[in-house]
Design a protein around this ligand. Sequence first.
Ligand code: KIV
Length: 273
Amino acid sequence: MSTANSVSKKVITTRVLSEMKARGEKIAMLTAYDYSTARILDAAGMDVILVGDSASNVMAGNVTTLPITLDQMIYHASSVQKAVSRSLVVVDMPFGTYQGDSQEALHSAVRIMKETGCGAVKLEGGEEIAGSIRRIISAGIPVMGHLGLTPQSINKFGTYEVRAKEEAEAKKLMSDAKKLEEAGCFAIVIEKVPAKLAGQIAKEVSIPIIGIGAGGEVDGQVLVFHDVMGINNEFSPRFLRRYADLFTIVTDAAKQYICDVKSSDFPNQNEQY
Ligand code: KIV
């Protein structure tokens, strides 16, 4: 495993991401929902921090991403943005805040940008939301798309299985990616689709394709922080690589603390005034 030893000071913008794709440098993206985590990821050299609506699952304990509100996303995103000096912070627009019409979409995106100071928004969907994406971009707000498995549509799909395995859906995915590029998106997340198809899309569009469960032939990777760091130890899809086992580390530390308090070992002479 190679490591990012020295962190470049270069501030990441949408233009930098496009330059990275042009020179074949992969884009690293992880989620964060709070100030302290974002501080660590920014200092580690993360290119993009996504304030994902997966906060609904991992922060609030909901079964789906649907319940999280615009106010809650703004709360998470403004905490993240305060910690960041280098990474590009992208904020998920939550379910029900952009699907109505382009005016509603613009209003929600403007609130996110004004109240968080973040750099861009992300929306789930293809051709059907291209008009809203255009409207948001026309106000000067960068938009990241999200295709393939789109968790806000879980009630329509009925499953979190791999998407676009059949030819018709694969064609629609390719066509949607091109429509989002035409609409002006600066990048697209593609979730849980066959690696070959994702790689083909990354070749055929000029904007960066960031994969999650979409193989290695794309321009970058995104995962959920709590999954990667082993805080959430109940989720083990094939595409996930765990880099730490914080569930065990924190459990052991908590047990030791309980033990030390109950045995009056903590605090000792040096830990009091
Ligand atoms: O909400 C989220 O965390 C996401 C990633 C899974 C891409 O959209």
